[in-house]
Design a binder for this molecule. Structure first.
Ligand code: E4P
Length: 228
């Protein structure tokens, strides 16, 4: 499963882009509101930081389809190729998705809370549908089950729409989505760290270092090879 970082924090983007196998960054108006300031320049900085080949998902703030389309054009013109325009699953959003997708824009239909919304988004030509897994789990619904239904519907549709699962609060939810065949997940910095972190990894690494030092002292294997 491909992983995307769900933040607009520049320090986090720099760190995870350098160290973790992420294929892009997702934002939404709430995420951008946390950064404040000149948000247009901020988005340009994110693009510069991740490079032209990674995905950057930016959500429209307009709510009427013609204005969403004008905003989508402006977003892509500002941020270049591999920029995906996030459009909420509303009636105006469906129309904008259909018209923009027909013109070659990459659209991520977002705020998807049901399999039927995902089905409509795929028929409208969306590149991605973004189900909000934790928001479903938080209201007592079966978020992962809903994503499983979406995966089956999209596979049967023959459409190329991929699931970009979003709104995760735990690493376990991400894994469960991977197990039901989700292609892409966008996760916060904390969840990304938790996908890797394991205390037994830490104790194993500490043990390896202690055993090595006990046998060979302070020299690393690299130093021993170079000094041979
Ligand atoms: C994706 O970019 C979504 O907007 C995001 O994952 C929503 O996450 P939240 O439910 O934690 O706000």
């Amino acid at each position: 499963m491909r992983l995307i970082l769900d933040t607009a924090n520049l320090a986090d983007i720099r760190y995870f882009n350098d160290y973790f196998p992420i294929c892009g960054v997702t934002t939404n108006p709430t995420i951008l509101s946390r950064e404040g300031g000149d948000i247009v320049s901020h988005l340009e900085k994110i693009r510069e930081m991740i490079g032209a080949d990674k995905e950057l998902h930016v959500q429209v703030t307009e709510t009427e389809y013609e204005r969403m389309e004008a905003e989508a054009e402006a977003i892509v013109s500002l941020l270049g190729k591999n920029t995906f325009v996030k459009i909420p699953a509303t009636p105006d959003g469906m129309r904008a998705t259909r018209e923009l997708s027909a013109r070659g824009f990459g659209i991520t239909v977002t705020a998807v809370l049901s399999a039927s919304q995902a089905m409509l988004a795929a028929e409208a030509g969306a590149a991605y549908v973004a189900p909000y897994v934790s928001r479903l789990e938080n209201i007592g619904a079966d978020g992962v089950g809903c994503v499983r239904d979406m995966a089956r519907i999209l596979a049967a549709s023959g459409r190329r729409t991929e699931i970009l699962a979003a709104s995760f609060k735990t690493a376990r939810e991400v894994l469960e989505c991977a197990l039901v065949g989700v292609q892409v997940a966008t996760v916060s910095s904390d969840v990304m760290k938790n996908l890797l972190r394991h205390t037994t990894t830490d104790t194993s690494v500490t043990g390896f270092a202690a055993d090595w030092k006990g046998a060979f002292g302070d020299s690393t294997l690299l130093e021993l090879i170079k000094n041979r």
